[in-house]
Design a protein around this ligand. Structure first.
Ligand SMILES: [Zn+2]
Length: 539
Protein backbone atom coordinates (compact mmCIF):
# COMPACT_ATOMS: atom_id res chain seq x y z
CA UNK A 1 0.00 0.00 0.00
CA UNK A 2 1.28 3.47 -0.84
CA UNK A 3 0.88 6.03 1.88
CA UNK A 4 -0.28 8.73 -0.51
CA UNK A 5 -2.98 8.58 -3.17
CA UNK A 6 -1.24 7.72 -6.46
CA UNK A 7 -1.94 9.84 -9.52
CA UNK A 8 -2.86 6.67 -11.37
CA UNK A 9 -3.89 3.36 -9.83
CA UNK A 10 -1.16 0.74 -9.92
CA UNK A 11 -3.47 -1.97 -11.25
CA UNK A 12 -3.67 -2.78 -14.92
CA UNK A 13 -6.36 -0.77 -16.72
CA UNK A 14 -7.34 -3.89 -18.65
CA UNK A 15 -9.52 -5.33 -15.93
CA UNK A 16 -10.93 -2.52 -13.70
CA UNK A 17 -11.18 -3.84 -10.15
CA UNK A 18 -12.97 -2.65 -6.99
CA UNK A 19 -10.06 -1.58 -4.84
CA UNK A 20 -9.54 1.25 -2.40
CA UNK A 21 -5.80 1.08 -3.04
CA UNK A 22 -3.78 3.98 -1.73
CA UNK A 23 -6.93 5.75 -0.50
CA UNK A 24 -6.96 3.30 2.44
CA UNK A 25 -4.39 5.62 4.00
CA UNK A 26 -6.93 8.47 4.06
CA UNK A 27 -9.40 6.38 6.04
CA UNK A 28 -6.73 4.92 8.34
CA UNK A 29 -5.74 8.51 9.26
CA UNK A 30 -9.38 9.26 10.03
CA UNK A 31 -9.74 6.13 12.17
CA UNK A 32 -6.74 7.22 14.27
CA UNK A 33 -8.17 10.75 14.66
CA UNK A 34 -11.57 9.28 15.57
CA UNK A 35 -9.98 6.95 18.13
CA UNK A 36 -8.19 9.94 19.71
CA UNK A 37 -11.52 11.81 19.79
CA UNK A 38 -10.16 14.55 17.53
CA UNK A 39 -12.85 14.18 14.90
CA UNK A 40 -16.32 12.69 14.68
CA UNK A 41 -16.81 10.49 11.63
CA UNK A 42 -19.90 10.86 9.43
CA UNK A 43 -19.90 7.16 8.59
CA UNK A 44 -22.57 7.23 5.88
CA UNK A 45 -20.87 10.03 3.92
CA UNK A 46 -17.51 8.31 4.32
CA UNK A 47 -18.72 4.95 3.06
CA UNK A 48 -20.38 6.70 0.11
CA UNK A 49 -17.04 8.37 -0.62
CA UNK A 50 -15.25 5.01 -0.38
CA UNK A 51 -17.76 3.50 -2.84
CA UNK A 52 -17.08 6.36 -5.25
CA UNK A 53 -13.35 5.67 -5.00
CA UNK A 54 -13.82 1.94 -5.58
CA UNK A 55 -16.11 2.21 -8.61
CA UNK A 56 -14.42 0.17 -11.36
CA UNK A 57 -13.50 2.63 -14.13
CA UNK A 58 -11.68 1.34 -17.19
CA UNK A 59 -10.38 4.32 -19.18
CA UNK A 60 -7.42 6.24 -17.78
CA UNK A 61 -9.12 9.57 -18.47
CA UNK A 62 -12.10 8.47 -16.36
CA UNK A 63 -9.81 7.58 -13.44
CA UNK A 64 -8.04 10.93 -13.77
CA UNK A 65 -11.36 12.82 -13.64
CA UNK A 66 -12.31 10.83 -10.57
CA UNK A 67 -9.01 11.72 -8.88
CA UNK A 68 -9.57 15.41 -9.70
CA UNK A 69 -12.95 15.23 -7.96
CA UNK A 70 -11.78 12.98 -5.11
CA UNK A 71 -8.94 15.15 -3.76
CA UNK A 72 -11.03 18.28 -2.96
CA UNK A 73 -13.92 16.04 -1.86
CA UNK A 74 -11.60 14.21 0.57
CA UNK A 75 -10.45 17.52 2.06
CA UNK A 76 -14.02 18.81 2.39
CA UNK A 77 -15.16 15.53 3.98
CA UNK A 78 -12.29 15.60 6.48
CA UNK A 79 -13.20 19.19 7.41
CA UNK A 80 -16.84 18.15 7.77
CA UNK A 81 -15.77 15.34 10.14
CA UNK A 82 -13.75 17.68 12.38
CA UNK A 83 -15.38 19.71 15.14
CA UNK A 84 -14.27 22.92 13.44
CA UNK A 85 -17.00 25.49 12.78
CA UNK A 86 -18.94 25.10 9.51
CA UNK A 87 -17.01 26.58 6.60
CA UNK A 88 -19.70 29.23 5.91
CA UNK A 89 -19.21 30.51 9.50
CA UNK A 90 -15.46 30.73 8.90
CA UNK A 91 -15.98 32.56 5.60
CA UNK A 92 -18.41 35.00 7.21
CA UNK A 93 -15.69 35.79 9.77
CA UNK A 94 -13.01 36.16 7.09
CA UNK A 95 -13.04 39.95 7.33
CA UNK A 96 -12.21 39.71 11.03
CA UNK A 97 -9.59 37.02 10.49
CA UNK A 98 -7.82 39.30 8.03
CA UNK A 99 -7.31 41.79 10.87
CA UNK A 100 -5.21 39.26 12.83
CA UNK A 101 -1.51 40.07 13.07
CA UNK A 102 0.89 37.64 11.34
CA UNK A 103 2.42 36.59 14.69
CA UNK A 104 -1.03 35.65 16.01
CA UNK A 105 -1.93 33.65 12.89
CA UNK A 106 1.37 31.72 13.20
CA UNK A 107 0.66 31.08 16.89
CA UNK A 108 -2.80 29.72 16.02
CA UNK A 109 -1.40 27.42 13.30
CA UNK A 110 1.19 26.13 15.78
CA UNK A 111 -1.62 25.14 18.19
CA UNK A 112 -3.30 23.04 15.49
CA UNK A 113 -0.23 20.81 15.18
CA UNK A 114 -0.30 18.11 17.81
CA UNK A 115 3.07 16.30 17.59
CA UNK A 116 2.10 13.13 19.51
CA UNK A 117 -0.83 12.71 17.10
CA UNK A 118 1.40 13.37 14.09
CA UNK A 119 3.75 10.63 15.39
CA UNK A 120 0.80 8.28 15.90
CA UNK A 121 -0.42 8.89 12.32
CA UNK A 122 3.02 8.17 10.87
CA UNK A 123 3.23 4.97 12.92
CA UNK A 124 -0.26 3.87 11.80
CA UNK A 125 0.62 4.44 8.13
CA UNK A 126 3.87 2.50 8.42
CA UNK A 127 2.07 -0.41 10.13
CA UNK A 128 -0.59 -0.41 7.39
CA UNK A 129 2.08 -0.41 4.72
CA UNK A 130 3.67 -3.49 6.30
CA UNK A 131 0.31 -5.20 6.91
CA UNK A 132 -0.74 -4.62 3.31
CA UNK A 133 1.78 -7.25 2.16
CA UNK A 134 -0.15 -9.93 4.03
CA UNK A 135 -3.76 -8.74 4.15
CA UNK A 136 -6.01 -6.46 2.10
CA UNK A 137 -6.02 -3.27 4.24
CA UNK A 138 -8.58 -1.72 1.87
CA UNK A 139 -10.96 -4.58 2.65
CA UNK A 140 -10.54 -4.00 6.42
CA UNK A 141 -11.15 -0.25 5.94
CA UNK A 142 -14.43 -0.89 4.11
CA UNK A 143 -15.48 -3.41 6.78
CA UNK A 144 -14.71 -0.85 9.52
CA UNK A 145 -16.70 1.84 7.68
CA UNK A 146 -19.66 -0.55 7.41
CA UNK A 147 -19.54 -1.27 11.15
CA UNK A 148 -19.33 2.47 11.89
CA UNK A 149 -22.28 3.19 9.59
CA UNK A 150 -24.39 0.63 11.41
CA UNK A 151 -23.41 1.98 14.83
CA UNK A 152 -23.15 5.68 13.93
CA UNK A 153 -24.11 7.48 17.11
CA UNK A 154 -23.14 10.95 15.90
CA UNK A 155 -26.27 11.42 13.84
CA UNK A 156 -28.68 9.69 16.17
CA UNK A 157 -28.77 12.32 18.89
CA UNK A 158 -29.44 11.25 22.47
CA UNK A 159 -30.72 7.68 22.56
CA UNK A 160 -34.46 7.31 23.05
CA UNK A 161 -33.80 5.35 26.22
CA UNK A 162 -31.90 8.23 27.90
CA UNK A 163 -33.58 8.50 31.28
CA UNK A 164 -34.53 12.07 32.12
CA UNK A 165 -33.92 12.63 35.79
CA UNK A 166 -36.74 15.05 36.45
CA UNK A 167 -36.06 15.26 40.17
CA UNK A 168 -32.45 16.33 39.73
CA UNK A 169 -33.60 18.59 36.89
CA UNK A 170 -35.81 20.43 39.33
CA UNK A 171 -33.11 20.60 41.97
CA UNK A 172 -30.57 22.10 39.61
CA UNK A 173 -33.08 24.29 37.90
CA UNK A 174 -32.56 22.41 34.63
CA UNK A 175 -35.15 22.92 31.91
CA UNK A 176 -38.05 20.56 32.55
CA UNK A 177 -38.74 17.96 29.89
CA UNK A 178 -41.70 18.84 27.73
CA UNK A 179 -44.88 17.00 28.65
CA UNK A 180 -45.35 13.69 26.89
CA UNK A 181 -42.03 13.86 25.05
CA UNK A 182 -39.23 13.82 27.58
CA UNK A 183 -36.49 13.34 24.99
CA UNK A 184 -37.31 16.33 22.91
CA UNK A 185 -34.40 18.60 23.67
CA UNK A 186 -35.59 21.26 21.23
CA UNK A 187 -38.80 21.55 23.24
CA UNK A 188 -36.86 21.64 26.50
CA UNK A 189 -34.85 24.57 25.17
CA UNK A 190 -38.00 26.37 24.01
CA UNK A 191 -39.57 25.83 27.44
CA UNK A 192 -36.44 27.20 29.08
CA UNK A 193 -36.55 30.42 27.05
CA UNK A 194 -40.32 30.77 27.53
CA UNK A 195 -39.83 30.58 31.32
CA UNK A 196 -36.84 32.92 31.24
CA UNK A 197 -38.88 35.49 29.30
CA UNK A 198 -41.12 35.88 32.36
CA UNK A 199 -38.28 36.64 34.80
CA UNK A 200 -37.17 40.16 35.72
CA UNK A 201 -35.45 41.94 38.61
CA UNK A 202 -36.38 45.49 39.61
CA UNK A 203 -33.87 47.66 41.44
CA UNK A 204 -35.39 49.54 44.35
CA UNK A 205 -35.00 53.31 44.50
CA UNK A 206 -31.52 53.86 45.98
CA UNK A 207 -32.08 57.45 47.00
CA UNK A 208 -33.28 56.68 50.51
CA UNK A 209 -30.34 54.40 51.41
CA UNK A 210 -26.67 55.02 52.28
CA UNK A 211 -24.99 56.02 48.99
CA UNK A 212 -22.43 53.74 47.34
CA UNK A 213 -20.99 53.27 43.85
CA UNK A 214 -21.26 50.10 41.76
CA UNK A 215 -18.23 49.16 39.66
CA UNK A 216 -18.59 46.36 37.11
CA UNK A 217 -15.24 44.93 36.01
CA UNK A 218 -16.17 43.02 32.85
CA UNK A 219 -13.15 40.84 32.02
CA UNK A 220 -12.62 39.19 28.65
CA UNK A 221 -11.15 35.64 28.78
CA UNK A 222 -11.18 34.33 32.36
CA UNK A 223 -12.98 31.17 33.50
CA UNK A 224 -12.70 28.86 36.51
CA UNK A 225 -11.30 26.23 34.13
CA UNK A 226 -8.55 28.66 33.02
CA UNK A 227 -7.77 29.44 36.68
CA UNK A 228 -7.66 25.75 37.58
CA UNK A 229 -5.36 24.98 34.65
CA UNK A 230 -2.91 27.57 36.04
CA UNK A 231 -3.43 26.63 39.70
CA UNK A 232 -4.80 30.12 40.39
CA UNK A 233 -8.36 29.26 41.44
CA UNK A 234 -7.26 29.47 45.10
CA UNK A 235 -5.20 32.63 44.54
CA UNK A 236 -5.30 35.08 47.50
CA UNK A 237 -6.98 37.58 45.13
CA UNK A 238 -10.28 35.69 45.55
CA UNK A 239 -10.19 35.78 49.36
CA UNK A 240 -10.51 39.58 49.20
CA UNK A 241 -14.15 39.31 48.07
CA UNK A 242 -17.29 38.97 50.17
CA UNK A 243 -19.20 36.81 47.67
CA UNK A 244 -17.57 34.32 45.29
CA UNK A 245 -19.78 32.39 42.86
CA UNK A 246 -18.43 29.11 41.49
CA UNK A 247 -21.17 28.26 38.96
CA UNK A 248 -21.99 31.55 37.30
CA UNK A 249 -22.84 30.93 33.64
CA UNK A 250 -21.88 33.78 31.31
CA UNK A 251 -23.96 31.96 28.64
CA UNK A 252 -21.74 33.18 25.77
CA UNK A 253 -18.18 32.55 24.67
CA UNK A 254 -17.56 35.67 22.58
CA UNK A 255 -17.15 39.24 23.81
CA UNK A 256 -20.00 40.83 21.85
CA UNK A 257 -22.82 38.55 23.03
CA UNK A 258 -21.29 38.43 26.55
CA UNK A 259 -21.41 42.25 26.74
CA UNK A 260 -25.02 42.18 25.55
CA UNK A 261 -25.92 39.55 28.14
CA UNK A 262 -24.50 41.43 31.13
CA UNK A 263 -26.09 44.65 29.92
CA UNK A 264 -29.43 42.82 29.91
CA UNK A 265 -28.89 41.29 33.35
CA UNK A 266 -32.21 42.50 34.77
CA UNK A 267 -34.25 40.12 32.59
CA UNK A 268 -34.13 36.34 32.13
CA UNK A 269 -31.83 34.65 29.63
CA UNK A 270 -32.68 35.02 25.95
CA UNK A 271 -31.70 33.04 22.87
CA UNK A 272 -28.57 34.27 21.09
CA UNK A 273 -30.43 35.81 18.15
CA UNK A 274 -32.73 37.80 20.45
CA UNK A 275 -29.68 39.66 21.81
CA UNK A 276 -29.51 41.60 18.56
CA UNK A 277 -33.08 42.90 18.81
CA UNK A 278 -33.93 45.93 20.95
CA UNK A 279 -35.37 45.34 24.42
CA UNK A 280 -37.31 47.51 26.87
CA UNK A 281 -35.33 49.71 29.27
CA UNK A 282 -36.44 47.42 32.08
CA UNK A 283 -34.13 44.70 30.73
CA UNK A 284 -31.13 47.03 30.41
CA UNK A 285 -28.74 46.98 33.36
CA UNK A 286 -27.29 50.50 33.24
CA UNK A 287 -30.56 52.35 32.44
CA UNK A 288 -32.21 50.35 35.28
CA UNK A 289 -29.48 51.52 37.68
CA UNK A 290 -29.92 55.06 36.41
CA UNK A 291 -33.61 54.84 37.17
CA UNK A 292 -32.72 53.60 40.65
CA UNK A 293 -30.58 56.70 41.25
CA UNK A 294 -27.09 55.92 39.92
CA UNK A 295 -25.32 58.15 37.42
CA UNK A 296 -23.85 55.83 34.76
CA UNK A 297 -20.17 55.94 33.74
CA UNK A 298 -18.31 53.98 31.06
CA UNK A 299 -14.65 52.97 30.64
CA UNK A 300 -12.68 50.39 28.65
CA UNK A 301 -8.96 49.70 28.23
CA UNK A 302 -9.30 49.42 24.43
CA UNK A 303 -11.09 51.34 21.70
CA UNK A 304 -13.76 48.68 21.12
CA UNK A 305 -13.54 48.82 17.32
CA UNK A 306 -13.16 45.07 16.88
CA UNK A 307 -16.41 43.29 16.04
CA UNK A 308 -18.30 46.55 16.55
CA UNK A 309 -17.99 46.08 20.32
CA UNK A 310 -18.28 49.74 21.33
CA UNK A 311 -21.40 50.30 19.21
CA UNK A 312 -23.03 47.18 20.64
CA UNK A 313 -22.40 48.31 24.22
CA UNK A 314 -23.59 51.84 23.47
CA UNK A 315 -26.84 50.42 22.12
CA UNK A 316 -27.55 49.00 25.61
CA UNK A 317 -28.36 52.43 26.96
CA UNK A 318 -24.83 53.54 27.89
CA UNK A 319 -24.45 57.13 26.70
CA UNK A 320 -21.66 58.32 29.05
CA UNK A 321 -18.38 59.30 27.34
CA UNK A 322 -15.50 56.82 27.56
CA UNK A 323 -12.74 57.60 30.06
CA UNK A 324 -9.98 59.19 27.96
CA UNK A 325 -6.72 57.41 27.03
CA UNK A 326 -4.84 60.71 26.54
CA UNK A 327 -1.26 60.39 27.77
CA UNK A 328 -1.64 56.77 28.97
CA UNK A 329 1.09 54.26 28.11
CA UNK A 330 0.37 51.15 26.00
CA UNK A 331 1.76 48.03 27.74
CA UNK A 332 0.01 45.54 25.43
CA UNK A 333 -0.97 45.22 21.77
CA UNK A 334 -3.96 43.13 20.72
CA UNK A 335 -4.17 40.30 18.17
CA UNK A 336 -4.89 42.96 15.53
CA UNK A 337 -2.08 45.19 16.83
CA UNK A 338 -4.49 47.70 18.43
CA UNK A 339 -3.37 49.42 21.68
CA UNK A 340 -4.46 48.00 25.05
CA UNK A 341 -4.05 50.31 28.04
CA UNK A 342 -3.12 49.39 31.61
CA UNK A 343 -6.11 48.43 33.77
CA UNK A 344 -4.89 50.33 36.82
CA UNK A 345 -4.15 53.41 34.68
CA UNK A 346 -7.66 53.55 33.19
CA UNK A 347 -9.45 52.69 36.44
CA UNK A 348 -7.38 55.22 38.42
CA UNK A 349 -8.17 57.91 35.86
CA UNK A 350 -11.86 57.12 36.21
CA UNK A 351 -11.60 57.14 40.02
CA UNK A 352 -9.78 60.49 40.09
CA UNK A 353 -12.64 61.96 38.04
CA UNK A 354 -15.16 60.26 40.29
CA UNK A 355 -13.60 61.84 43.37
CA UNK A 356 -14.27 65.33 42.02
CA UNK A 357 -17.83 64.58 40.78
CA UNK A 358 -20.75 65.55 42.95
CA UNK A 359 -23.12 62.61 42.29
CA UNK A 360 -23.71 60.58 45.45
CA UNK A 361 -24.13 57.34 43.45
CA UNK A 362 -22.29 56.27 40.31
CA UNK A 363 -22.42 52.96 38.40
CA UNK A 364 -19.37 52.26 36.22
CA UNK A 365 -19.27 49.70 33.42
CA UNK A 366 -15.60 48.88 32.75
CA UNK A 367 -14.51 46.40 30.08
CA UNK A 368 -10.97 44.98 29.88
CA UNK A 369 -9.35 42.82 27.18
CA UNK A 370 -5.95 42.50 28.91
CA UNK A 371 -6.31 38.69 28.98
CA UNK A 372 -7.50 38.22 25.39
CA UNK A 373 -5.82 35.61 23.21
CA UNK A 374 -3.19 37.03 20.89
CA UNK A 375 -2.19 39.96 23.15
CA UNK A 376 1.53 40.68 23.38
CA UNK A 377 3.64 42.83 25.64
CA UNK A 378 5.10 45.80 23.82
CA UNK A 379 8.42 45.87 25.69
CA UNK A 380 10.51 44.11 28.32
CA UNK A 381 11.41 40.42 28.64
CA UNK A 382 7.74 39.40 28.39
CA UNK A 383 7.57 40.82 24.83
CA UNK A 384 9.25 37.62 23.60
CA UNK A 385 6.47 35.41 25.04
CA UNK A 386 3.71 33.94 22.89
CA UNK A 387 0.24 35.02 23.96
CA UNK A 388 -0.33 31.57 25.51
CA UNK A 389 2.83 31.86 27.61
CA UNK A 390 2.08 35.45 28.61
CA UNK A 391 -1.46 34.65 29.84
CA UNK A 392 -0.35 33.88 33.40
CA UNK A 393 1.82 37.02 33.80
CA UNK A 394 -1.02 39.08 32.31
CA UNK A 395 -3.47 37.53 34.79
CA UNK A 396 -1.11 38.17 37.73
CA UNK A 397 -0.82 41.80 36.60
CA UNK A 398 -4.61 42.12 36.34
CA UNK A 399 -5.02 40.72 39.87
CA UNK A 400 -2.44 43.15 41.27
CA UNK A 401 -4.00 46.08 39.35
CA UNK A 402 -7.46 45.27 40.67
CA UNK A 403 -6.14 44.73 44.22
CA UNK A 404 -4.46 48.13 44.06
CA UNK A 405 -7.57 49.78 42.60
CA UNK A 406 -9.78 48.33 45.34
CA UNK A 407 -7.24 49.35 48.01
CA UNK A 408 -7.31 52.86 46.56
CA UNK A 409 -11.10 53.06 46.91
CA UNK A 410 -10.81 51.69 50.45
CA UNK A 411 -8.24 54.32 51.43
CA UNK A 412 -10.38 57.12 49.99
CA UNK A 413 -13.19 56.35 52.43
CA UNK A 414 -15.67 56.06 49.56
CA UNK A 415 -18.26 53.27 49.58
CA UNK A 416 -18.37 51.00 46.55
CA UNK A 417 -19.53 47.60 45.37
CA UNK A 418 -16.92 46.03 43.08
CA UNK A 419 -18.30 43.30 40.82
CA UNK A 420 -15.75 41.15 38.97
CA UNK A 421 -17.66 39.49 36.16
CA UNK A 422 -15.78 37.86 33.28
CA UNK A 423 -17.25 37.76 29.77
CA UNK A 424 -16.18 34.16 29.09
CA UNK A 425 -13.07 32.02 29.52
CA UNK A 426 -9.90 31.95 27.42
CA UNK A 427 -10.30 28.21 26.66
CA UNK A 428 -6.69 27.70 27.76
CA UNK A 429 -7.10 23.93 27.83
CA UNK A 430 -9.38 23.34 24.84
CA UNK A 431 -11.15 20.00 24.44
CA UNK A 432 -11.79 17.42 21.75
CA UNK A 433 -14.35 19.66 20.04
CA UNK A 434 -12.11 22.68 19.71
CA UNK A 435 -8.42 23.51 20.11
CA UNK A 436 -7.19 25.75 22.93
CA UNK A 437 -8.20 29.35 22.28
CA UNK A 438 -11.12 28.46 20.00
CA UNK A 439 -14.49 29.47 21.47
CA UNK A 440 -16.94 28.62 18.71
CA UNK A 441 -18.83 26.30 21.07
CA UNK A 442 -19.82 27.91 24.38
CA UNK A 443 -18.91 24.96 26.62
CA UNK A 444 -19.36 24.87 30.43
CA UNK A 445 -15.55 25.09 30.77
CA UNK A 446 -15.58 28.38 28.86
CA UNK A 447 -18.73 30.00 30.26
CA UNK A 448 -18.45 29.02 33.94
CA UNK A 449 -16.66 32.15 35.11
CA UNK A 450 -15.65 33.56 38.51
CA UNK A 451 -18.22 36.13 39.61
CA UNK A 452 -17.00 37.91 42.73
CA UNK A 453 -18.42 40.86 44.65
CA UNK A 454 -16.65 43.01 47.24
CA UNK A 455 -18.26 45.58 49.50
CA UNK A 456 -15.84 48.44 50.13
CA UNK A 457 -16.34 51.22 52.66
CA UNK A 458 -15.22 52.42 56.09
CA UNK A 459 -18.36 50.95 57.63
CA UNK A 460 -18.45 47.67 55.65
CA UNK A 461 -18.02 44.93 58.22
CA UNK A 462 -18.76 41.36 57.18
CA UNK A 463 -19.59 38.77 59.85
CA UNK A 464 -17.87 35.46 59.24
CA UNK A 465 -16.08 34.12 56.19
CA UNK A 466 -16.72 35.19 52.59
CA UNK A 467 -19.69 33.45 50.99
CA UNK A 468 -18.67 30.64 48.58
CA UNK A 469 -21.72 29.93 46.44
CA UNK A 470 -22.08 26.80 44.30
CA UNK A 471 -25.62 27.32 43.00
CA UNK A 472 -26.04 27.28 39.21
CA UNK A 473 -26.75 30.93 38.46
CA UNK A 474 -26.50 33.52 35.73
CA UNK A 475 -26.93 37.30 35.29
CA UNK A 476 -30.37 37.43 36.93
CA UNK A 477 -28.84 36.36 40.27
CA UNK A 478 -26.26 39.15 39.99
CA UNK A 479 -29.08 41.66 39.46
CA UNK A 480 -30.97 40.24 42.43
CA UNK A 481 -27.86 40.46 44.63
CA UNK A 482 -27.43 44.13 43.67
CA UNK A 483 -31.14 44.77 44.27
CA UNK A 484 -30.80 43.17 47.73
CA UNK A 485 -27.75 45.32 48.55
CA UNK A 486 -29.62 48.47 47.50
CA UNK A 487 -32.74 47.46 49.46
CA UNK A 488 -30.90 46.58 52.66
CA UNK A 489 -27.66 48.49 53.13
CA UNK A 490 -24.68 46.33 54.10
CA UNK A 491 -23.07 49.44 55.61
CA UNK A 492 -23.28 50.43 59.25
CA UNK A 493 -21.83 49.70 62.66
CA UNK A 494 -23.77 46.43 63.12
CA UNK A 495 -22.07 44.73 60.15
CA UNK A 496 -23.64 42.42 57.56
CA UNK A 497 -24.22 38.71 57.04
CA UNK A 498 -23.67 37.44 53.49
CA UNK A 499 -26.53 34.93 53.88
CA UNK A 500 -29.00 37.81 54.20
CA UNK A 501 -28.23 38.74 50.60
CA UNK A 502 -27.97 35.34 48.92
CA UNK A 503 -30.96 33.43 50.29
CA UNK A 504 -33.33 34.40 47.45
CA UNK A 505 -30.97 34.47 44.48
CA UNK A 506 -32.62 32.92 41.40
CA UNK A 507 -30.93 29.85 39.89
CA UNK A 508 -30.77 29.44 36.11
CA UNK A 509 -30.27 26.11 34.35
CA UNK A 510 -27.14 25.80 32.26
CA UNK A 511 -27.79 26.91 28.70
CA UNK A 512 -25.09 28.62 26.62
CA UNK A 513 -25.23 29.60 22.99
CA UNK A 514 -23.34 31.10 20.14
CA UNK A 515 -24.48 31.73 16.61
CA UNK A 516 -23.83 28.18 15.44
CA UNK A 517 -23.86 26.06 18.61
CA UNK A 518 -25.86 25.53 21.79
CA UNK A 519 -25.11 23.53 24.93
CA UNK A 520 -27.84 22.67 27.40
CA UNK A 521 -27.82 20.82 30.66
CA UNK A 522 -30.66 18.33 30.81
CA UNK A 523 -30.89 16.29 33.97
CA UNK A 524 -27.33 15.45 34.91
CA UNK A 525 -25.99 15.55 31.33
CA UNK A 526 -24.96 18.19 28.84
CA UNK A 527 -26.14 18.12 25.23
CA UNK A 528 -24.59 19.90 22.28
CA UNK A 529 -26.29 21.09 19.11
CA UNK A 530 -24.05 22.19 16.25
CA UNK A 531 -25.91 24.14 13.57
CA UNK A 532 -28.33 21.76 11.84
CA UNK A 533 -26.82 18.61 13.33
CA UNK A 534 -28.93 16.63 15.80
CA UNK A 535 -28.35 16.99 19.54
CA UNK A 536 -25.48 14.89 20.87
CA UNK A 537 -24.28 14.22 24.35
CA UNK A 538 -21.42 16.50 25.32
CA UNK A 539 -18.81 15.19 27.72
ZN1 LIG B 1 -14.24 38.46 25.32
Amino acid sequence: MDVLPAATPPTSPKQPTMRLGAWSAYFVIKFVLLWRGLIGLHALENIAFAAFLMMPIGPLVGRRIRLAIAIPAAMALLYYDTWLPPIDRVLSQAKQLSAFSVTYVLELIGRLINWPVVAMLVLALVLCHIADRYIRVGFLVVAALLVLTLTDSRRLGPPASTPIDTQSAQLTGAPPASAGNPDDLDNALKTFYAQEAKRTVNFPNAESSVPFDIIFIHICSLSWDDLQSLGMDQHPFWSGFDFVFHHFNSAASYSGPAALRINRATCGQTAHQALYSPVSDQCLLMPSLKKSGFETNFAMNHDGHFDNFLTLVRQQGIAAPLVSFDGLTVPLRGFDNSPIYGDLDVLSRWFDGRQTASNPRVALFYNTISLHDGNRYVSGAAAALSSTDSYKPRLEKLFSDLDEFMAKIGKSGRRALVVVVPEHGAALRGDKFQIAGLREIATPAITTVPLAVKIIGPDAKRHGAPAQIDAQISYLALSQLIANLIATSPYGSTGFNTADYTADLPTTAYVAQNEGAAIMQHGSKYYLKLDKEPWQEYN
